[in-house]
Structure formats: structure tokens, C-alpha cells
Design a protein around this ligand. Structure first.
Ligand code: EPZ
Length: 425
């Protein structure tokens, strides 16, 4: 198990480049299984989740590879429509393969994704939409089998919640359905637009992605394409938070400022000054952050739940009290306990966290419990006096590509240790 060792209080500087978005790359890779040709996907981040998805594609009979940020997937010889339980347990978001395999083969089977560290993660919205599209859903011994014996039919679907995964799965199931599919109250995240852009590049007819109503006209077939994954807005926000807590001036490159409007406005409340242009965000942080107004996580374009943990670390060292309301997931405050071990003063009650800005944080041994919570601990370690040791960074590696290499290049005193031995970047 790897650990990260951080000696805090270094000022950061220079430029950090944002990698491709994990939450776009994963659905786009799954979608390549529906295409039936060789797709080339550039700007894929080198993450354990991406490599797990490549393994799943190969397990389905595709020829998939990943090297130097480029994934190639030839799905012509796809011959399976079942995802092994082990793969689902390793990567619960593989449930996105359900829509892709239904579209390609008319049948798909995998175990229910089950819960994870941040919540139960049900898939009822996905399944009820599938049933509206003429897909039969059977659940036996925890295994979900979806089948469209008479083909998939377009439908009018109103989502009870703008679920990102459900919106993606419905789009995938609808691309070759008979007729039109309308998704109302669809998720509006930029990653949805990226998936639609990929599929339209493969000959699909999807309009309205990024808005709350998406229309998919079923086509007879798809063809392969070359695609460039959008920048990771959550990684960009994470880099900005590293600058915010260390009083730094930092340039974040390959980021899309428009994707971060709600996040930047919260950072500005804390006293950070921004200079944004096409794909560049420059942040100048104050010596001491101010408290922020109550933060409520919401579906896009509201404040993203994936930035909740990182903003909590900022609130820990801000002047005054910040209230955080986590509206999306029911168990996404596990990082609060670890932050309190560093001297933070956080009280959690249900979906509300009250953060009294501590004068200082102090390094100690902490443990990541989920992806974004792990990043929150790194941010806190950069702000803390003394040395912080963060264990279970495997969680962080799911969503950040060699984070210690980038932060060290920006001036942080951070290194990775594997079983007590320093690991080069
Ligand atoms: C995606 O998860 C992201 N993951 C998450 O990022 C992100 O936090 C989330 O969207 C919200 O933005 C990927 O894209 C791989 P949802 P997803 O379906 O699709 C409830 C990260 O850190 N719900 O929008 O699973 C659900 O329980 C990860 O990068 C149902 O009730 O999110 C949750 O409370 C974490 N029934 C809420 O909706 C359903 O059928 C949002 O879930 C589906 C969802």
C-alpha cells in the first residue's frame, strides 16, 4: 500500500496542467464497446479506474490498450455481454457498460454495483428508464440481467433525479433504438456533453446534451472515431485548492473556466483572485482565507459534490465558520474525522458539516477513505505545520494521475512511499 508524505507550509508556484477527465473517459471507453470498430481516445488520464475499464473491454472480447494517455479499443470482435463480479467490485461505475452492451448486443448482465464509501449508489433510475425502453430487467442473487428481445424502443423518460450515470446509460441504450428517446430532467454535467460528442462523432444523433432535455434519434449503426477527452474540472479545482490553502499564485492550464463557475465563485468568497482565459485559470490566494457562505452541493451547474471534500479543507484554515450541506450523497463526510485529527474543528450532523476555521493544522498520520476525501487530506497536509502521512492513497490514484509528481513540480514537499520505501515520481 502506498503512502504520501507531505511536509507542509511550502508555497506553490508555476503551472499545473490538468489531465483528461476521469468521469468522461470512463463512459467514453464503455461507449466504444457499442461502436463495433477501432476507436482512438486521446487525453485519457493514467488512472487505476481507466486501466480497470481497459481490462473489462478486453474481457468482453475487444482489443483494448492504453499507453501514454491514448486508449485504443477495437470492439469488432466483442463476444461477451457479461461483466464479471470481480470487475464490478473493482469498479462500480462499470454499470455504464449496461447501456453500451444493450445497444450492441441487446443483452447485458452484471452484478448490482452495490454501495461504496460515499453511499448506497442505487441504480433504480437506470433500470426504470430501461424498462420504459422495452428492456426487460431481472434481478436474481444480486445479478442484474437486462434484455431487449424485441429490440430497444425510444421512449419519453422523465428522470426523478438528474442522475449522471442514468443519463449516460439511457443515452447509450438509445443511440440505436427504434425511434426517438427524450430524457427530461437529464443531468447537465459537462461529461454528459463529452459522451454525446463522442457518440455523435461515431454517427449517433444526440442533441441537447448539457441541457436538461436530451433528444436521441436512434440510428442503424455507429462507426469508429478518434476523440479527445475533455479536461478534468475536478482535478482543476483540486489544484486550485492546493494554491488556496498555501497562499500561492498558481496557473492551471488545460482547464475550462466555464466548467468551474460555481466553484470559482466560492473560492472568490474566500479571498482568492482569479484571472481566467480560454483554457487557463490563474489563482492568487490571500495569506489567510476568509470563511465562505453556506456551501450546498447540487447537480451541475450547482456546486459539485466532488468538490465538497476539497472545499472543506480550505474551510478548515479559513477565518470564521463555514457550513457545508452535502445534498447528493448520504455518506460523504468521512474525511472530516481525519481532518479533525490534524487539528481541524468540524462537527458533522447528517448531511451538514460545520467547519470552524482553525488557526492552524498540524501534520499527523491520516488515512484516505475515498477518492475526493483523500485529495482533501493532501490539501490539508500542504497547509499543515509539520509532516503529514496519508495512507491508502490507492483511493487517490483512482482519480488523480501521479498527484505527488505534479505537486512536487509546483514546489510542494511531497513524496510517495511504498511499504516504507521512497518511490520515484
Ligand atoms: C457520477 O456518479 C460521478 N462518477 C461521481 O463522481 C459524481 O459524484 C456523481 O456523478 C455526481 O456528480 C462518474 O461519473 C464515474 P449520480 P453517479 O447517478 O453517476 C442517486 C468521483 O469522485 N441515484 O448522479 O453514480 C445516488 O444515490 C465520483 O469522481 C439514485 O438514487 O452519480 C446519488 O445520491 C464520485 N438512483 C445521486 O443520485 C439511481 O438510479 C447522484 O448520483 C442513480 C443515482
Amino acid at each position: 500500500m502506498d503512502s504520501l508524505i507531505i511536509n507542509g507550509k511550502n508555497r506553490l508556484g508555476g503551472t499545473l496542467c490538468v489531465h483528461g477527465a476521469k468521469n468522461s473517459a470512463l463512459p467514453v471507453l464503455a461507449a466504444s464497446a457499442a461502436v463495433g470498430g477501432e476507436c482512438v481516445i486521446y487525453n485519457c488520464p493514467d488512472l487505476s479506474d481507466v486501466r480497470a475499464t481497459i481490462r473489462i473491454l478486453n474481457g468482453l472480447g475487444c482489443f483494448a490498450s492504453f499507453e501514454n494517455g491514448t486508449a485504443v479499443c477495437d470492439s469488432r470482435l466483442l463476444c461477451e455481454n457479461e461483466i464479471p463480479d470481480k470487475s464490478m467490485r473493482e469498479l462500480r461505475s462499470s454499470f455504464i457498460f449496461m447501456g453500451a452492451l444493450l445497444s450492441r448486443t441487446g443483452k447485458a448482465s452484471m452484478c448490482a454495483p452495490g454501495g461504496c464509501e460515499i453511499g448506497m449508489r442505487p441504480v433504480d433510475i437506470h433500470l426504470s428508464a430501461f424498462e420504459q425502453m422495452g428492456i426487460t430487467v431481472s434481478i436474481e442473487n444480486g445479478r442484474i440481467t437486462c434484455e431487449a428481445p424485441d429490440g430497444i424502443s425510444g421512449a419519453q423518460i422523465n428522470l426523478s433525479f438528474p442522475s449522471v450515470g442514468a443519463t449516460e446509460n439511457i443515452i447509450l441504450a438509445a443511440v440505436k433504438a427504434k425511434g426517438f428517446t427524450y430524457i427530461r430532467n437529464a443531468a447537465r454535467e459537462p461529461e454528459i456533453e463529452d459522451l454525446a460528442d463522442f457518440l455523435n462523432s461515431c454517427g449517433a444523433k444526440i442533441s441537447g446534451a448539457g441541457d436538461s432535455t436530451i433528444v436521441i434519434e436512434g440510428v442503424d449503426s455507429l462507426h469508429p472515431c478518434e476523440f479527445y477527452v475533455m479536461p478534468d474540472r475536478i482535478e482543476a479545482a483540486s489544484f486550485l485548492a492546493c494554491a488556496a490553502v498555501t497562499g500561492s499564485t498558481l496557473t492551471v492550464q488545460n482547464a475550462v473556466p466555464e466548467h468551474l463557475s460555481s466553484v470559482i465563485s466560492v473560492f472568490e468568497q474566500s479571498g482568492c483572485i482569479f484571472d481566467c482565459s480560454d483554457k487557463i485559470i490563474r489563482i492568487k490566494a490571500p495569506q489567510r482565507l476568509h470563511k465562505m457562505k453556506t456551501i450546498r452541493t447540487m447537480p451541475y451547474p450547482g456546486f459539485p459534490t466532488d468538490c465538497q471534500a476539497i472545499i472543506m479543507s480550505m474551510a478548515c484554515v479559513a477565518n470564521g465558520t463555514t457550513i457545508i450541506n452535502e445534498n447528493i450523497f448520504e455518506n460523504r463526510f468521512s474525511h472530516a474525522g481525519e481532518l479533525n485529527r490534524m487539528g481541524a474543528d468540524i462537527t458533522v450532523s447528517g448531511r451538514i458539516a460545520i467547519v470552524n476555521g482553525a488557526r492552524n493544522l498540524y501534520g499527523t498520520s491520516v488515512r484516505a477513505t475515498d477518492l475526493r476525501g483523500g485529495m482533501a487530506l493532501i490539501i490539508a497536509g500542504l497547509a499543515a505545520y509539520g509532516q503529514t502521512r496519508i495512507d491508502s492513497v490507492c483511493y487517490v490514484d483512482r482519480g488523480y494521475e501521479k498527484i505527488e509528481r505534479d505537486l512536487a513540480a509546483a514546489g510542494a514537499d511531497i513524496r510517495r512511499e511504498s511499504n516504507g520505501r521512497v518511490k520515484s515520481g
